[in-house]
Design a protein around this ligand. Structure first.
Ligand code: RI2
Length: 309
């Protein structure tokens, strides 16, 4: 698929999940470079610049998308021919996709050690990284049970229970508002991440902060699973993460509403670092307060000066 189709699939959530949208963006830029068979370096640069903008604009919240585009374009300003540029984009995209898939696996292995035999786990929405941890614990022979939130309005919780069922992990679906009620039966909460800010705050599916509050109240550990490319260099510049608000029709058929009643549909929220026990990354399990160092070490101080657009 080309850039336009991928961007459209991301916008309409046919392709979703912070990791998958990042990998798809890298693949889209690779395809765009491969599709250009000419030898005009300027033209290919322009095509790729337009492609980057289209992809980054498709969803505003998950920094994984922006970091994937940056990683795919790394070093390309030095390319001396269209062929050089094409080769570099292909190489960067392949290495980003491989690194991203490996990261999910490593996170699974590390995070699974925080789940004990007999634990009941709660997860919110549908995160490949969080499910990787849960499935790895099950594969290790631990007898675990999972509660999955429905995650209105898109009901990603259904994807979660389907995935768990396919892996043989016993799971139960609950409505989002049952989280505080069920927390008395939960041993550990495991969620994914769309963005981790430099101060350690987590941006994830709306409702995550309520889950974290309920977990803290019940003294249940709250663990976040996040590949390092979900950490945001932009937040180091003091930028606030834009919380995407989607169309009201995703929540309710507008025809059912009385005249003059509004509907809002924010799809992410912010969980402060003090509610997070640890973040599992592919470079190890860290405190949320180490987010700044992860950004400097893994994404690189150079990225701090490339964040202006
Ligand atoms: P992985 C999803 O967003 C959820 O918020 C999920 O926790 C996060 O991306 C990370 O998912 P959406 O695309 O990368 O459903 O771990 O809005 O799969």
């Amino acid at each position: 698929m080309g850039v336009i189709e991928i961007a459209d699939s991301i916008k309409t959530m046919k392709v979703r999940g912070a990791g998958l949208i990042a990998r798809s963006a890298a693949e889209a830029l690779k395809q765009q470079a491969l599709d250009y068979q000419g030898d005009d370096l300027g033209k290919l640069r322009k095509l790729l610049a337009d492609g980057q903008r289209t992809l980054v604009d498709s969803r505003p919240t998950a920094i994984s998308l922006w970091n994937a585009v940056q990683a795919t374009m790394r070093g390309t300003s030095g390319a001396e021919s269209a062929a050089d540029l094409r080769d570099l984009v292909v190489k960067n995209a392949d290495s980003f996709v491989a690194r991203s898939s490996r990261a999910v696996e490593v996170i699974g292995r590390i995070g699974s050690r925080r789940i004990r035999d007999g634990d009941t786990v709660l997860t919110h929405c549908n995160s490949k990284a969080a499910l990787g941890v849960i499935k790895a614990a099950h594969a290790d022979g631990k007898k675990i049970k999972v509660y999955a939130t429905e995650s209105r309005p898109w009901r990603q919780g259904l994807l979660t229970v389907r995935d768990l069922a396919a892996a043989g992990v016993p799971s139960t679906l609950i409505i989002d508002s049952a989280v505080r009620w069920i927390m008395k039966d939960i041993d550990v909460v495991v969620v994914g991440a769309d963005t981790v800010c430099s101060n350690g705050a987590l941006i994830n599916k709306v409702g995550t902060s309520q889950v974290a509050l309920a977990a803290r109240e019940a003294r249940v550990p709250f663990i976040v699973c996040a590949e390092t490319y979900k950490f945001s260099p932009k937040t180091m510049h003091g930028e606030l993460v834009e919380i995407e608000e989607r169309d009201a029709s995703e929540v309710i058929d507008p025809k059912l509403l009385p005249e003059g009643v509004g509907v809002r549909n924010p799809v992410f929220d912010a969980t402060p670092p003090e509610l997070i026990d640890s973040i599992v990354t592919e470079i190890g399990l860290i405190s949320p307060y180490a987010a700044y160092e992860v950004i400097v070490k893994e994404i690189g101080p150079d990225s701090l000066f490339e964040t202006e657009d």
